[in-house]
Design a protein around this ligand. Structure first.
Ligand SMILES: [Fe+2]
Length: 219
C-alpha cells in the first residue's frame, strides 16, 4: 500500500480526531464515528482502490492507521469468496465494522452459560443480517459475533478503540477451534433450514467443540 493516503482517508482520520478530542467516552466516540464510517465506505474511489488490497486470510488485518494521540486504529479485512469466519468477541474494545465491497453475513450470538467456568462458553446464534457496501455494524465490548464471507471477495474497513489483540475473551478460544468451524457452519445451516437456532460449546482447554443441544427453540 502506498504511504500517501487517499484524500478521502485523510479526511476520515481528521474527522475521527475531532470526535476523539471532543468526547472522552469510547461509546460516544463510536456512536459519532458511525455515520462518518458509513460515508467513507460508500466512497467509490476507496472501493476501487481496495481492489488491489491483499487477502487477509489467516486471522490477519491490514493496518491502515494508528492514531498517535488517541490510539484508535483503522484496519481493513479482505475476505475471499465463501470465507468462514469464527465466533469471537473483541474483549473491551469498541469496534465499528463497515462493508466497503461485496457482501457479508453479520452474525450475533448470545452467551447462555453463566461464565463461571474458566475457558468455557456456551453461545447461541441470535441474529443474522446481510452487510453490503455502506453497512456499518457497531460492536460493543464483549459482544459475541462472526462475519461470514459472501459469494464474492469482500472488503471491510474497521475502526477500533484500541489495537487488535489487546485483551482476550473468546478470541483465543475460537482461534484454536478453527478446524471445526466448517462443521459448525453446516450445523448452523441445517438448523436454520429447520427454523431453529442452535447452541454449542466452545472449550478452550480441550479444543473439543461439540454441540450441546442440536435444537434450541426461539425465546
Ligand atoms: Fe469482529
Amino acid at each position: 500500500m502506498s504511504s500517501a493516503r487517499l484524500p478521502v482517508l485523510e479526511k476520515f482520520i481528521a474527522d475521527l480526531r475531532t470526535v476523539w478530542s471532543a468526547e472522552a467516552d469510547n461509546q460516544r466516540r463510536m456512536e459519532r464515528a458511525k455515520p462518518l464510517l458509513e460515508q467513507l465506505v460508500k466512497d467509490a474511489g476507496l472501493k476501487a482502490h481496495s481492489a488491489s488490497w491483499p487477502s487477509t486470510e489467516g486471522y490477519k488485518n491490514l493496518l491502515l492507521y494508528v492514531d498517535p494521540d488517541h490510539h484508535f486504529v483503522i484496519n481493513a479485512v479482505v475476505r475471499m469468496p465463501g470465507r468462514t469466519g469464527s465466533v469471537h468477541d473483541h474483549a473491551d474494545a469498541w469496534v465499528l465494522y463497515g462493508v466497503l465491497d461485496g457482501s457479508e453475513s453479520l452474525e450475533r450470538y448470545e452467551r447462555i452459560d453463566d461464565g463461571s467456568r474458566p475457558g468455557y462458553a456456551e453461545v447461541r446464534l441470535a441474529s443474522v443480517s446481510t452487510g453490503t457496501q455502506g453497512k456499518v455494524d457497531l460492536v460493543p465490548p464483549g459482544a459475541i459475533h462472526a462475519e461470514q464471507g459472501g459469494p464474492t471477495r469482500s472488503v471491510a474497513i474497521i475502526v477500533r478503540s484500541q489495537r487488535l489483540g489487546q485483551g482476550t475473551v473468546l478470541q483465543s478460544a475460537t482461534a484454536r477451534l478453527r478446524s471445526r468451524t466448517n462443521w459448525w457452519r453446516d450445523e448452523i445451516a441445517r438448523l436454520r433450514g429447520a427454523g431453529v437456532t442452535c447452541a454449542y460449546e466452545i472449550d478452550a482447554n480441550s479444543a473439543a467443540a461439540r454441540t450441546t443441544r442440536s435444537e434450541w427453540p426461539e425465546r
